[in-house]
Design a binder for this molecule. Structure first.
Ligand code: PEP
Ligand code: MG
Length: 897
């Protein structure tokens, strides 16, 4: 049994590994070895949790080994477990390899029973304190280990508080506490049919088992799915000697960060509570004091804390999140870990640490979550509207600015309601007195989170930052009646305002303000700097962002292009650094009221003449758009895909749509109905689309190549370098591509001669039908490039309809059939294998084959790691994800090293 002892300057494990000892255990060992005061304790490694899961019970030799190791803790503390003379009390906590805040269970004050209580009273002379510790212990143990609902204990507590006129828990006198303890014990006897366990060894055994078990509680499983933490990790258990922050006014407890987790500012930052225990700060029940005030209250402790936080930051070379307790003037560190931070803070901290020479740019790149960048690019509230709202007294209240970004939404007061509302396509904003781990789903589905209680390190604040959501906490003007579906606010001017469920509210996570109604938003500094509207040097966020992008571009191998269908998209994409267009879906160029009717007319045409008439109307739109795309992407490749309209997306459905179309194109409603019903397909995604359309109606392909080359020649004449890549969609058989290629080449030759122009164009294909992947060597003969259409390739490889798989896919993800949504993250072992085969076969036939991906997965960091590994040349994604892809592509290179 490799149980590890730490404390008094010693770590038995010289190289405490997080995967084995869990994050908390590993860091406690490191701190002990650094000579930082930590309460001595032991770590039961994660291997034991896996063992427990397999057996379904604790191995018989485990507890004797724990007892043996505990002797070291007794020695280090001079106290004795299960002994009334100077009893050793311990905390039992989970500690996973990856931090899962609040997801699993903690038990404090373990080891108390009637005898040890007596001993403690003799020792401390503070009966109230000891009885209060005992009652907390029974409550936590009863809830976590014995499964008695927390609220049953709370009811007893509240009853006695009322009875003895106590406002705070600390107002309860020993007599009242004794009654509470009796009632708690009776509750346990009634609830479990057994007396509360008095033997500390039994308590310890049951607590260890409960922590192992909590690895598989519902909220921990949900959190792991959400954050892609492997199920196989298991949790370690930390059994640590107790220190007490609630032994009067020379004691206290606090949570701090070595830098501001919200803005990234390099300033020691945190909160504490005098005379409080353990989870009081995090639970957000009392609003804590700022850490600076500790200097006045306990100057020596403050000085020591400053020294330790600096030591920890330079040891870990990263921002640390620290928990400490002061017991009668003596400081103990309970935990340190890399602090969770907002995207803005991660950007600033990474760049600052490079400036401070703590880390190098490559490490900095790994410190910024690519998935967090969209939040930085996200709009902020329009400052003019904010000013107007202030003068119109639409500011309801102000809380703490716990997570930046701005959000509007419909107020909901219960997490379940947020989930329901989001399912209906509306955007909820979760408003609570405080949040608990049970709210995680509701938070996930909300645009933002607002709480009445809590500080910057409360559950709501920490989790919202992790989710990168706008969040305002500690908004004390707010009283939320969660059960009754409303909240009351008394504004600064003394107005009473009621918010009912479904009312629109807005929160600004940067200023902490809460507004009534919806607010307009404007672009962030980064966006404005990207468009050249402001000088990046004038805003730290823009400056750091540009710096990180530059580092990423120096490291990455994959090129990054954008999927852009309109000139506007192309301009945004360029400003975000796209190196060309990887997919222009030409059918998307015909959305909009002037264009759609002709597209529909083309689809509904009964004869070639009718179709050509519609195509003639479409040609100028298409040509002009192409010209502007070439201009936006001057010098870069532009991949234009031939028409691929799934027919059902373009046919008119309702009577109203049919009447409108009939008016616009001058065809009777009856005709439209008849044609639409002939064209109706039972399986449109596998129907008459892609190259099947261009093969059966060659005039469509002819019109498109004309539009492309006319636009290219016009651009050439303006001296713009154009590199059109004409892409044939939905090819499954070599012959499909060769038929289209022949048509394209004949037409291109004719047109270029007609315009007397030379254009360097390429013809290639999408690989999105499994047959194409499996016969890629034949297909490559006619294709100078492959672009993997992983949307269709996933649909067809898995046999999951892109449009209809949501209901069962949700269940599949829950059951772990697939670990991630295959339409968001490439399914490496299935679809990925198709890609590998196609690459290998394609390159065997054509060694200079260019390859890329243009499905949704092209902008997903995990998929990008895979695309980098298999050697694609580029990824293409939506314009707003281009910065994500640039960073992820660099991280992929660094990870592979
Ligand atoms: C694809 O199938 O991956 C693709 C990009 O094409 P579309 O989504 O338009 O079918
Ligand atoms: Mg497709």
């Amino acid at each position: 049994m490799d149980i590890v002892f730490f404390g008094n300057g010693i770590s038995e494990d010289p190289n405490p590994d997080k995967i084995r000892l869990g994050g908390k255990g590993s860091n406690l060992c490191r701190m002990a070895a650094l000579g930082i005061p930590v309460p001595p304790g032991i770590v039961l490694p994660t291997t034991l949790c896996r063992d427990y899961m397999e057996r379904g019970h604790l191995p018989p030799e485990l507890m004797p080994s724990v007892h043996e190791k505990l002797k070291k803790v007794e020695e280090a503390t001079g106290r004795h477990f299960a002994n009334p003379h100077k009893p050793l009390l311990v905390s039992v906590r989970s500690g996973a390899p990856v931090s899962m805040p609040g997801m699993m269970d903690t038990i404090l004050n373990l080891g108390l029973n009637a005898d040890t209580v007596k001993g403690m009273v003799l020792e401390t002379g503070d009966e109230r304190f000891v009885l209060d510790s005992y009652r907390r212990f029974i409550q936590m143990f009863g809830d976590v280990v014995l499964g008695i609902p927390h609220h049953s204990f709370e009811e007893i507590l509240n009853h006695h508080k009322k009875k003895s006129d106590a406002v705070q828990d600390t107002d309860l006198k020993p007599a009242a506490l004794r009654d509470i303890i009796d009632d708690y014990r009776n509750l346990v006897q009634k609830g479990t049919g057994q007396p509360f366990p008095d033997d500390p060894f039994m308590q310890l055994r049951m607590a260890v088992e409960a922590v192992f078990r909590s690895w598989n509680n519902e909220r921990a499983i949900y959190y792991r799915r959400l954050n892609h933490i492997p199920e196989s990790y298991g949790t370690a258990v930390n059994v640590q000697s107790m220190v007490f922050g609630n032994m009067g006014n020379t004691s206290g407890t606090g949570v701090c960060f070595t830098r501001n987790p919200s803005t990234g500012e390099r300033k020691f930052y945190g909160e504490f509570l005098i005379n409080a225990q353990g989870e009081d700060v995090v639970a957000g029940i009392r609003t804590p004091q700022k850490i600076e005030e500790l200097e006045r209250e306990m100057p020596d402790v403050y000085k020591e804390l400053l020294r330790i936080q600096a030591l920890l930051e330079s040891h870990y070379r990263d921002m640390q999140d620290i928990e400490f307790t002061v017991q009668q003037g003596k400081l103990y560190l309970l935990q340190t870990r890399n602090g969770k931070r907002t995207s803005a803070a991660s950007l600033k901290i990474a760049c600052d640490m490079v400036d401070e020479k703590l880390i190098d740019p490559r490490t900095a790149l790994l410190r910024i979550e690519a998935e967090g960048l969209p939040a930085l690019l996200a709009p902020i509230f329009d400052p003019t509207e904010v000013n107007a709202a202030r003068s119109e007294k639409r500011v309801l209240a102000k809380g703490l600015n716990a997570g930046p970004g701005a959000a509007s939404g419909y107020a909901v007061f219960q997490s379940a309601h947020a989930v329901e509302m989001a399912a209906k396509g509306k955007t909820p904003l979760l408003v609570r007195m405080e949040t608990s781990p049970d709210d995680i789903k509701g938070m996930q589905h909300s645009s933002g989170i607002l709480t009445a209680r809590g500080g910057m390190t409360s559950h709501a604040a920490v989790v919202a930052r992790g989710m990168n959501k706008p969040c305002v906490v500690g908004c004390s003007a707010l009283i939320v009646h969660e059960e009754h579906g409303y909240a009351d606010i008394v504004t600064e001017e003394g107005r009473h305002v009621r918010i009912n469920e479904g009312d629109e509210v807005s929160i600004d996570g940067t200023s902490g303000e809460v507004f009534v109604g919806r607010m307009q938003t404007v672009d962030s500094d980064i966006q404005r700097a990207m468009r050249g509207e402001i000088d990046p040097a004038s805003s730290w966020m823009a400056r750091d962002f540009f710096q990180v992008m530059k580092w990423a571009d120096e490291v990455r191998r994959l090129r990054v292009r954008a999927n852009a269908d309109t000139p506007q998209d192309a301009n945004v994409a360029r400003s975000f650094g796209a190196e060309g267009i990887g997919l222009c879906r030409t059918e998307h160029m015909f959305f909009g009221p002037e264009r759609l009717p002709f597209m529909q007319q083309m689809i509904l045409a009964r004869t070639q003449e009718e179709r050509e008439l519609a195509l003639k109307r479409l040609l100028p739109f298409q040509r002009e758009d192409f010209e502007r795309l070439f201009e936006a992407m001057a010098g870069y490749p532009v991949t234009i895909r031939l028409l691929d309209p799934p027919l059902h997306e373009f046919l008119p459905h309702t009577d109203e749509q049919i009447a409108e179309l009939s008016q616009k194109i001058g065809v009777t409603e009856e005709h439209i109905r008849e044609r639409a019903s002939t064209l109706k397909e039972s399986n449109p995604m596998l129907g008459h689309r892609g190259c099947r359309l261009g093969i059966t109606y060659p005039e469509i392909t002819r019109m498109q190549v004309r539009a492309i080359l006319e636009a290219a020649c016009k651009s050439r004449k303006k001296n713009i370098h154009v590199h059109p890549e004409i892409m044939v969609p939905l090819v499954g058989h070599r012959k499909e591509l060769s038929l289209q290629k022949e048509l394209l080449e004949v037409e291109a030759k004719r047109l270029l001669a007609e315009f007397d122009c030379h254009v360097d164009y390429k013809i290639g294909t999408m690989i999105e039908v499994p047959r194409a992947a499996l016969t890629a060597d034949q297909i490559a003969i006619d294709a100078s490039f492959f672009s993997f259409g992983t949307n269709d390739l996933t649909q067809m490889t898995l046999g999951f309809s892109r449009d209809d798989s949501e209901p069962f896919l949700r269940e599949y993800l829950r059951l772990g059939v697939y670990e991630r949504n295959p339409f968001a993250t490439v399914d490496e072992s299935g679809v990925g294998e198709m890609i590998r085969i196609a690459l290998q076969k394609g390159k065997s036939a054509r060694h200079d084959l260019k390859t890329g991906v243009c499905g949704e997965q092209g902008g997903d960091p995990t998929s990008i790691r895979f695309f980098n590994r298999v050697g694609l040349d580029y990824v293409s994604c939506s314009p707003y994800r281009v910065p994500v892809a640039r960073l992820a592509a660099a991280q992929a290179v660094l990870a592979s090293e």
